[in-house]
Design a protein around this ligand. Structure first.
Ligand code: NG1
Ligand code: MG
Length: 391
């Protein structure tokens, strides 16, 4: 892989010296869905596949960028003094956004560089190829400009880049999981306080299997914003009735049960119910995993899916078909949709000796039902964004 990347860089930029290589993972959320922007808990982990960046410093403050995933776009060039969003720049807006956000935060990031990237994360599948790229750029900026900044602050700036420059109003989960990832661990993150704890993920002869529905997410962004708005509306109603909270994630299930009658709108009530119960499930699931009860963890993943299907209504035919097929398959400990929903991926925990069979029979049932072919990945949990070295 490294040799291929170096060779490609040398060809694209007609260059012959040493290069630096950086890597930033994708992420999968094991449980805690649509809780991040509700100030609740999430439990994601970084993956062992992600985005590679080959970079060489320039003698000026220009940036040149090339992606092996979008060869037709070719090399894009821009100057550090004039960074503006351009829809024709496609993926290059992400690096632009990160550089601009670092500048706005007062960091001198004027060291120009040539960059070649290769993403091994399926795009738009809910595995966070965008946050992966953002953190990749953050790590390069830190390295090339000798910046005094820690990973948590790079995570925050990357989220700001996505919110303000790209215009996607995401929570902090993706950037946090990718920047702060740790091999063989998932991160229990309180998205309100940003307190976090690493939990070892030892699945006792089982593995994480990610399955991509290959259903395009379509209107996902507008529906995502609708869900956020419903939760905010529920908070408003509760506050008008004397509950004093900023986020639904602040309420325990018991507290919520006492005040939920104030929410008269049926849809808002369902959305809020998901946010509160999912938060509780996430804490319980991590407790179970910590005591080695993988089966109980899997059951909570199943319940998470049901809540996302019935209360939050973000699953859809494809995700439901894939998860239902998984629930029936031998050796499956748990299965649910992951990410924003409406399409994208599912995450399952499957006994190692049943994985081949799982891929075959779940894949077949899904194809028969939907006419789509799912892609499967047996995932390993890897470390967060980092420099791999000089080559
Ligand atoms: P995905 O589907 O991976 O893009 C989105 C949000 C997360 C979180 C999840 C739902 C973006 C970029 N990310 O994830 O912050 O809210 O949905 O749990 O929108
Ligand atoms: Mg994204």
């Amino acid at each position: 892989m490294i040799e291929k990347l170096v060779a490609e860089f040398k060809k694209v930029y007609n260059y012959n010296g040493n290069v630096d290589i950086f890597f930033s993972p994708g992420r999968v959320n094991l449980i805690g869905e649509h809780t991040d922007y509700n100030g609740g808990f999430v439990f994601p982990c970084a993956l062992d596949f992600g985005t590679y960046g080959v970079a060489v410093k320039r003698n000026d403050n220009k940036f040149r960028m090339y992606s092996m995933n979008f060869e037709n776009i070719g090399i894009k060039e821009f100057d550090c003094n004039n960074i503006v969003y351009d829809k024709n720049d496609n993926w290059v807006n992400y690096p632009k956004g990160v550089i601009k956000t670092f500048q706005d935060a007062g960091f001198n990031v004027n060291q120009g560089f040539d960059l070649l990237v290769l993403g091994t994360i399926p795009n738009g599948a809910g595995l966070s190829s965008s946050a992966s790229l953002e953190l990749l750029i953050s790590v390069i900026l830190k390295d090339f400009n000798n910046l005094d900044i820690d990973m948590i602050n790079m995570v925050k700036l990357s989220q700001i880049a996505e919110n303000k420059f790209i215009g996607v109003n995401c929570g902090i989960m993706d950037q946090f999981a990718i920047g702060m990832g740790k091999k063989d661990h998932a991160i229990l993150l309180d998205c309100n306080s940003l307190n976090y704890k690493y939990a070892p993920v030892s699945l006792k002869g089982a593995s994480i299997v990610i399955a991509n529905t290959n259903k395009k997410r379509g209107l996902a962004d507008s529906k995502y914003n609708e869900r956020r708005a419903s939760c905010e509306a529920a908070v408003k109603v509760l506050n008008e009735n004397g509950v004093n909270i900023k986020y639904l994630g602040e309420l325990s299930l018991e507290e919520f049960d006492k005040v939920k009658h104030f929410i008269k709108d049926e849809e808002q009530l369902k959305r809020a119910t998901h946010a509160v119960t999912e938060n509780q499930r996430t804490l319980e699931a991590v407790q179970k995993l910590n005591t080695g009860d993988v089966k109980a963890f899997g059951k909570l993943m199943n319940k998470s899916h049901i809540s996302l299907r019935d209360d939050y209504e973000v699953t859809g035919f494809e995700l439901d078909s894939l998860v239902e097929a998984a629930w029936k398959a031998p050796g499956v400990i748990g299965s649910r949709m992951t990410g924003a929903g409406f399409g994208g991926c599912t995450v399952s925990i499957v006994e190692d000796d049943k994985i081949d069979n799982f891929i075959e029979i779940v894949g077949k049932e899904y194809r028969d039902k939907t006419g789509l072919t799912a892609d499967f990945y047996v995932a390993k949990i890897g470390d967060g964004s980092r420099k791999l070295g000089e080559f």
